[in-house]
Design a protein around this ligand. Structure first.
Ligand code: FMN
Length: 664
């Protein structure tokens, strides 16, 4: 297979075509030193079989580090020789597994951290607040212009950091020239941010001067034989005002190649204004940006790296076979399962825990990979094998059963439904979040492989438990949606889960009651239904409990927030209306009688409906934990996990399962 063929970048021999891209959130000790946890973080990925592991973006200057610290980012740093021994430890750990280490370098922030080639507003006053920061935090960053002296200093600092990376044993460096307003170099390349009239602005030659000069300075610092990669935006995803694919192919690639770059790591987007290119949520298809990489590949003979929601090696192999890239980076997938390449090469792809694209933590932590955190409880063989009974076959129950079985306990799992998966499997019936299914599929397969005694359609009673005589009972019986009094017994009322399980019964005119249902509302509107999403009093704004990348997408589908791009109107759904701060007063044959309060002004409406879907937040579901009290004194150990302990997220389901099952 091509994916396991070696490849060289300027003499750096990679054992296969899989790598881990730059992730900023690797752990660090105080002041940016490398800790044992940092080393383990990198080593896990190398041990899992990837050939090239990149560090998150480091800068060459203590000034930049102060900026980073003001964002509460404590990343590993490289602005001084004192950091070299720490990087050496990372390099040794990565090398001990036959992998190579690359250090990504950036400088002086970019508009994201208040420094830019030109002063704000970007691109103009009318659209200046259409940024992720503003939408999620209501914050407009004051931005000052970078001076020529600062530019020249930054170039020297970056070259010095590259020399330090080499001295520490890193195998290559990468200049971060991507992600729009996130980085110094991309904001200079981009016409969206760079309106300078000096030699660092003006035309393409001027805007590319900074990256070109920086690469040449890095080359002087690291020598002729050392590989230099450039991470570039194939497309800033901001239409004509930003860097377009055409610009990249025509100007960026040739200029950087001439300056001495040895490989292009191709990404896309702008952290502030087209976040979807970087923090790609689960709503986008896997591998969705590879067509852009393919165009860059056509424009150069240098090796090209492709990235972006690639979860499986079959897809990676296809992209390589099709000549769209030479190397594939997998970021979040090697976080949810660092052993992805190893398991695949050993012929057990079914053991790979596929990323669900939720964008929570992405390495610190990962909601579905309990081990991906700073201090997990170790997974050790059980001191004494016990008879463990797990009640409930959702994500929490199956994860507990998996861990207990792996440790050598004898595990039985009872599930009242005909299938495993619980609430997560139900939520995954929504096509928008179908990736949730990955965690269910993985765990279901593991149940079989670990020979967990599964008993379906079995709602356990006290008598069942007494008959089995387990040493330990783990209650993972989930939660049930509560129905508000005003909706009880009314026609067309369904819970969120019922609407997903009995889709055919959902009518043409739909009201989704509760902002928790925003993803379901979008899916129904996409099917052509007329949807009203009713936010309840006190519920606040849309999707505040979701990661910024997901929220960015949802706001653009559901509200008038539009970013100046090629086709802004394509994002907003015209058949979906959102009402905030709604109180439902009555439900009659006429419709749902509501009062919506905006800026202290009350508006009364009657919303005709065929189906009213109750999308209650976690706190409004009731834990199914009645057996817990009944079992006290009858079984030596009884534990509650998942929704049954406290109704929350997938992460809580998986983590509470581990916290219990690693200790019994
Ligand atoms: C938590 C997080 C941190 C990231 N930090 C960086 C970074 O420092 N530099 C960079 O170029 N890209 C960064 N990225 C983007 C990733 O390198 C990668 O392009 C992106 O995650 C898409 O790949 P994936 O779908 O395989 O995860 C980051 C992404 C995430 C989720």
């Amino acid at each position: 297979m091509k994916v396991f063929e070696p490849i060289e970048i300027k003499g750096m021999k990679l054992k296969n075509r899989i790598g881990f891209p730059s992730f900023l959130n690797q752990p660090a000790a105080d002041e940016g030193y490398v800790s044992d946890v940092t080393v383990r973080w990198f080593e896990e990925r190398a041990k899992g079989g990837a050939a090239l592991i990149m560090t998150g973006a480091v800068t060459g200057s203590p000034v930049d580090e102060q900026l980073a610290a003001s964002f509460n980012m404590n990343n590993i740093r490289l602005y001084d020789d004192k950091f070299i021994p720490g990087f050496k430890k990372i390099a040794d750990a990565v090398h001990s597994h036959g992998a190579k280490l690359g250090v990504q370098i950036t400088g002086l922030g970019g508009p994201l951290s208040g420094r830019a080639p030109s002063p704000e507003p970007f691109p103009d006053e009318e659209h200046a607040t259409e940024t992720l920061l503003y939408l999620t935090a209501g914050f407009r960053m004051p931005i000052t212009e970078i001076s020529v002296e600062e530019i020249e200093q930054a170039e020297r600092d970056i070259a010095a950091a590259a020399a330090r990376a080499k001295a520490a044993g890193a195998d290559c460096v990468e200049l971060h020239c991507a992600h729009g307003g996130a980085t110094f170099h991309c904001s200079f390349i981009s016409p969206y941010y760079n309106r300078r009239t000096d030699k660092y602005g003006g035309d393409w030659e001027g805007r590319l001067r900074l990256p070109v000069e920086t690469i040449m300075k890095i080359r002087e610092a690291v020598g002729e034989d050392y590989p230099i990669l450039a991470r570039i935006d194939s497309d800033q995803l901001l239409g004509e005002r930003g860097i377009t694919l055409e610009d990249t192919v025509k100007f960026v690639v040739p200029a950087l190649e001439k300056a001495g770059v040895d490989c292009f790591d191709v990404t896309q987007g702008d952290v502030l204004r087209s976040t979807e290119g970087i923090l790609i949520p689960l709503y986008y298809p896997r591998g969705c940006f590879m067509h852009l990489t393919a165009e860059v590949k056509k424009a150069t003979k240098l090796p090209v790296i492709g990235v972006g929601r690639i979860l499986d090696l079959d897809m990676a192999e296809r992209f390589l076979q099709e000549g769209k890239a030479d190397i594939i980076f997998m970021g979040r997938q090697l976080t949810s399962d660092p052993e992805t390449p190893k398991k695949y090469s050993e012929g057990r792809p079914e053991d790979i825990r596929k990323c669900i694209g939720c964008l929570v933590g992405c390495g610190r932590p990962c909601p579905i990979n309990y081990d991906m955190q700073d201090a997990p409880i170790a997974l050790t063989p059980a001191e004494k094998p016990k008879k463990v009974l797990v009640l409930g076959g959702g994500a929490a129950g199956m994860e507990a059963a998996r861990i207990a079985a792996l440790r050598g306990h004898k595990v039985t799992l009872m599930e009242k439904e005909a299938e495993l998966g619980g609430l997560v499997a139900t939520l995954a019936l929504n096509p928008l979040v179908a990736e949730f299914r990955n965690v269910v599929d993985y765990l279901t397969t593991q149940m079989k492989k670990l020979k967990v005694d599964i008993r379906l359609r079995k709602e356990a009673t006290l008598a069942d438990v007494e008959e089995l005589k387990p040493d330990v009972v783990i209650l993972a019986t989930g939660s049930t949606a509560t129905i508000p009094e005003v909706a009880e017994g009314k026609p067309g009322v369904m819970t969120h889960s019922e609407a997903l399980k009995r889709k055919k019964e959902v009518g043409k005119k739909v009201a989704v009651w509760g902002l928790f249902g925003c993803e379901l509302a979008i899916a129904l509107a996409e099917e052509g239904k007329d949807v009203v999403l009713l936010g309840r009093s006190g519920e606040g704004s849309l999707a505040t409990d979701l990661s910024a990348g997901r929220r960015w997408y949802l706001l653009r589908r559901l509200t008038d927030v539009n970013v100046p791009r090629v086709a802004p109107e394509a994002m907003r759904l015209s058949n979906l209306e959102v009402l905030y701060n709604v109180k439902v007063e009555d439900i009659t044959a006429e419709g749902i009688k509501v009062v919506a309060t905006v800026d202290n002004v009350e508006t009364k409406r009657v919303i005709p409906y065929d189906t009213l879907i109750l999308s209650r937040r976690f706190g409004e579901r009731q834990a199914n934990d009645s057996l817990f009290d009944e079992l006290q004194g009858k079984v030596a150990e009884v534990h509650k996990i998942g929704d049954c302990l406290q109704v929350r997220s997938i992460q809580d389901a998986v983590w509470t399962a581990n916290e219990v099952a690693r200790k019994i």
